[in-house]
Ligand binder design. Structure first.
Ligand code: 6CS
Ligand code: FE
Length: 273
C-alpha cells in the first residue's frame, strides 16, 4: 500500500523549551538530564521492586521474555507505582507533552521496558499505527517520553528513530488477529511495515540512535518510525515509557481490529493529568 503523507500537525501548541525546538521537523527531542542521578537511583529501585513483586507474577500487566522468562515490561506502571504517578505530574515531564500537544493531556499507556541483558528488541514500527488500528486513537496527537534508567550505549538495544518519518504514515499489511497484544508485546510480527517500506524510509530519513546517560530522556511523536535492536550484551537497557495523549484525541472504537485492547495497554479513563 502506498505511503501516506501526514495531514495532521506535529506540534499543536506553543513550544517554550529550547530542547523542543526541532521537534516539529524531526518528530523527536532529547532531554539530556531530565532526572538527577539520585532520582534515577530511586526510580530504578522502584521498577526493580515491581519486577520482583510476587503479587505481579502471573498478572497480565507483566510481560516476560519469550525465551528467558525474564521480565520484559510492566504496564500501567503509573498506577502500580506512586513514585511514577508523581513523576507523570512533574511539570518538567507533563509540560513537555502539553507544549507539543497544545491541550490538557492524559496517560494513554505507561510501561517499564526492562530490555534485560541478552534481551529481544522491538522491530521497526509506528506506535500510532497500532494505537489507531487497535485502540481507536483518531489522529497522531500523542507523544511518548522514554526516560532512561540505565545508560544507553550504541550496543545495548538503544532506541533508534528515523528523523522526520513521523510525517509519513505507513499502512501495514494483514488483519489484526484477536488478542494480538498477547503476541505483539513480546515480539511483534503483524502490524509492522514491510522491509520495502523500511528500506525506503531509511534511505529517505536516515537513522538516529538515542544514546546517553541514565536520566536522559527521549520525547517522540506517536507516528515516528522507531525500533530497538536485540541486546546481546549483559548491560540492561531499562526505561520508563509514558504516553501522553491529548484530551481532544480520546479513543474511539478500534479502526482495524476485532475488539478493544485491555485498559492497562490503552486507558479509557481520560482524566487529564
Ligand atoms: O502496542 C503497543 O501499544 C506498544 N508496542 C510497542 C512496540 N510500542 C508502543 C507500545 O508500547
Ligand atoms: Fe513503540
Amino acid at each position: 500500500m502506498p505511503l501516506q503523507e501526514r495531514h495532521d500537525a506535529t506540534v499543536w501548541g506553543r513550544i517554550g523549551n529550547a530542547e523542543l525546538a526541532a521537534f516539529d521537523t524531526d518528530g523527536f527531542a532529547i532531554m539530556d538530564r531530565l532526572l538527577t542521578p539520585e532520582e534515577v537511583a530511586e526510580y530504578a529501585a522502584e521498577i526493580d521492586r515491581l519486577a520482583s513483586d510476587p503479587d505481579l507474577r502471573g498478572d497480565d500487566r507483566l510481560i516476560v521474555e519469550k525465551s528467558s522468562q525474564q521480565v520484559r515490561s510492566v504496564f500501567e506502571v503509573h498506577k502500580l507505582s506512586p513514585a511514577v504517578a508523581e513523576l507523570v505530574r512533574e511539570p518538567r515531564v507533563v509540560e513537555l507533552a502539553r507544549q507539543v500537544l497544545g491541550s490538557d493531556v492524559y496517560i494513554h499507556q505507561s510501561r517499564v521496558n526492562y530490555l534485560p541483558g541478552f534481551g529481544t528488541g522491538f522491530y521497526w514500527h509506528s506506535d500510532f499505527e497500532t494505537w489507531h488500528a487497535e485502540d481507536g486513537m483518531p489522529v497522531p496527537r500523542a507523544v511518548s517520553l522514554s526516560i532512561a534508567l540505565t545508560d544507553n550505549y550504541p550496543y545495548n538495544g538503544s532506541l533508534m528513530v528515523m528523523p522526520g518519518s513521523h510525517r509519513t504514515f505507513v499502512p501495514c499489511q494483514g488483519a489484526t488477529p484477536a488478542d494480538h497484544y498477547r503476541e505483539s508485546l513480546r515480539e511483534q510480527e503483524i502490524g509492522v511495515p514491510t522491509k520495502a517500506d523500511i528500506t525506503d524510509l531509511a534511505h529517505k530519513y536516515g537513522i538516529t540512535q538515542f544514546t546517553g546517560a541514565a536520566g536522559s530522556a527521549l520525547l517522540f511523536d506517536s507516528n515516528i518510525m522507531h525500533a530497538s535492536g536485540n541486546n546481546i550484551t549483559p548491560f540492561p537497557r531499562s526505561n520508563i515509557f509514558l504516553v501522553f495523549n491529548s484530551v481532544e484525541n480520546t479513543l474511539e472504537e478500534p479502526f482495524a481490529a476485532p475488539a478493544r485492547r485491555p485498559t492497562y495497554i490503552a486507558d479509557r479513563e481520560f482524566t487529564p493529568v
